[in-house]
Design a protein around this ligand. Structure first.
Ligand code: G3P
Length: 509
């Protein structure tokens, strides 16, 4: 009998990855494809869902081929995805009615301000655990239903999108739903993704009637909400489809929750920070939905079959890795790997601070109109200072979250598990340990997002038996202990706060 494995589709903001894992959580296949970023207007960000589905099929096929694996060797498939990004599609043809509105898209900021002025902030926070912000799916779904082209019938009549949605002719979902629908034909989502829509009541564990009414999103178009690891499976792939095998799709998690799961943060107090386009710092709070008083989100971490939901506190930082990409875009660097060398070539930023608020500021400030700021420059400021200030901005933004997290949870974080592309940068990891004065732990498998969704799917089909088995798979690759004195770290951090104020002030003009 050939060995068997679990596959994970990791559909992220910039591209789609397929990975296959063995029982020890080791990677045996890996393929990746980028997709186009569509910027129709400043602040608008779209993806073509059809391109995403095509790329998904390509990476799954290529990943298996390159590793010499057969689809029949997959015991289950897990999905993890960029969260909040919203797709509306025709149930009959499977065609999207509009491009997906990406989580970074700010086009609904006016609508959010209208909700804020109407005093809806508290109600939204209480029900969904979220800030009233354009980041989440609700205002995006509303925008698509208001603005996508209505169906033109052969008779001169056009049919309103909402009427079609109420008839179940249109479906809405986040990217997990879009992929599960294409893989299995079923319309489902998991609790962690549902909790990012701003339509789902995280305490009642149901779509919220008042919010559906507020955004005029008919319930008929929404997916069924299921556990993140589901022994009943979301469905199976079509043996006559692109994969040529009947594989259970048995787990899904929003990518940040998947990283929490892949880092085996299964117990209250366990925390991780993922450094991708943005950074997302999550702490498991067990079965308690802890309300934040310091600008964090309360969100659903994960749910195993027949188990209660586990909640998390989350600090969402919109721009970290994307700030490095920006340095590349403006030709200050050729590639991300260069940043460590350049930053090390100077002792400090010489007082330069960079606040990469390119798409507003997320946690803990939640100001959609804040803008990027570079302050403290002199005639002596050089490229390495700016590069170093950009890396430092990642560490400072994380400290903003770490402080809020400790204040909300009462838990003193002594170690923080990290993952994501940027943690390959040792300079950044050391800087992070120094700035937050906490040990930073990097695991051996740094693709924890894909691993987490493979774990969720594999647990559902009995490929892995227990959480303890997964804990044993987790190994430290390197630990970074603080080398900077607490006094120096505090001093540098206090000036950061001043720089952030400038960035927020810009919004107030
Ligand atoms: O909430 C947005 C987040 O899920 C996006 O993650 O890694 O695709 O940038 P990433």
């Amino acid at each position: 009998m050939p060995d068997t494995y679990v596959g994970a589709i990791d559909q992220g903001t910039t591209g789609t990855r397929f990975m296959v894992f063995d029982r020890n959580g080791r990677v045996v296949a890996n393929a990746y494809e980028r997709h186009e970023q569509v910027y129709p207007e400043p602040g608008w960000v779209e993806h073509d869902p059809v391109e995403i589905w095509e790329n998904t099929q390509t990476v799954v096929t290529d990943g298996l081929d390159d590793a010499g694996l057969d689809a029949d060797q997959l015991e289950a498939l897990g999905i993890t995805n960029q969260r909040e990004t919203t797709v509306v599609w025709d149930a009959d043809s499977g065609r999207p009615v509009h491009n997906a509105l990406v989580w970074q898209d700010r086009r609904t900021t006016d609508r959010v301000e209208e909700l804020q002025e109407a005093g809806k902030v508290e109600e939204i926070r209480e029900k969904t655990g979220l800030e009233c912000d354009a980041y989440f799916s609700a205002t995006k779904a509303e925008w698509i239903l208001d603005n996508a082209e209505p169906l033109k019938l052969e008779t001169s009549r056009t049919r309103d999108l909402r009427e079609r949605a109420r008839n179940g002719e249109l479906l809405m979902g986040t990217i997990d739903s879009w992929l599960v629908y294409n893989l299995t034909g079923n319309h489902v989502t998991d609790v962690s993704n549902a909790s990012r829509t701003m339509l789902y009541n995280i305490r009642d564990l149901a779509w919220d009637d008042d919010l559906l009414e507020e955004f005029d999103v008919p319930e008929e178009m929404l997916p069924e909400v299921r556990p993140s690891s589901d022994e009943d499976f979301y469905g199976t792939t079509d043996p006559d489809g692109f994969l040529g095998a009947e594989v259970p799709v048995a787990g899904a998690l929003g990518d940040q929750q998947a990283a929490l799961f892949g880092q085996t943060c299964f117990d209250a107090g366990d925390a991780k920070n993922t450094y991708g386009t943005g950074s997302f710092y999550l702490m498991n709070t067990g079965n308690d939905a802890v309300e934040s008083e310091h600008g964090l989100l309360t969100t659903i971490g994960f749910q195993l079959s027949d188990e209660p939901v586990q909640y998390a506190l989350e600090g969402s930082i919109f721009v970290t890795g994307a700030a490095i990409e920006w340095l590349e875009d403006i030709d200050l660097i050729n590639n991300a790997a260069q940043t460590a060398e350049l930053a090390r070539s100077v002792d400090s930023t010489d007082g330069v601070y960079m606040v990469p608020a390119f798409t507003g500021l997320g946690a803990p400030h939640w100001d959609g109109r804040a803008r990027g700021t570079l302050v403290g420059m002199t005639r002596g400021t050089r490229k390495p200072h700016i590069v170093r200030a950009t890396l430092e901005s990642i560490a400072y933004q994380t400290r903003d979250i770490a402080e809020a997290m400790e204040a909300d949870s009462g838990v003193d974080t002594t170690t923080l598990r990290v993952d994501g592309g940027a943690v390959k940068n040792n300079f950044l990891c050391q800087l992070q340990a120094d700035i937050i004065q906490t040990d930073i732990v990097r695991p051996e498998v740094d693709e924890t997002t894909a691993l987490g969704s493979a774990y969720a799917a594999g647990l559902a089909v009995g490929y892995w038996e227990s959480l303890d088995e997964l804990r044993e798979n987790w190994q430290v690759e390197r630990e970074f202990d603080p080398e900077m004195s607490e006094r120096d770290a505090d001093k540098k951090y206090s000036r950061w706060g001043d720089a952030v104020e400038r960035s927020l002030d810009w919004a107030r003009e």
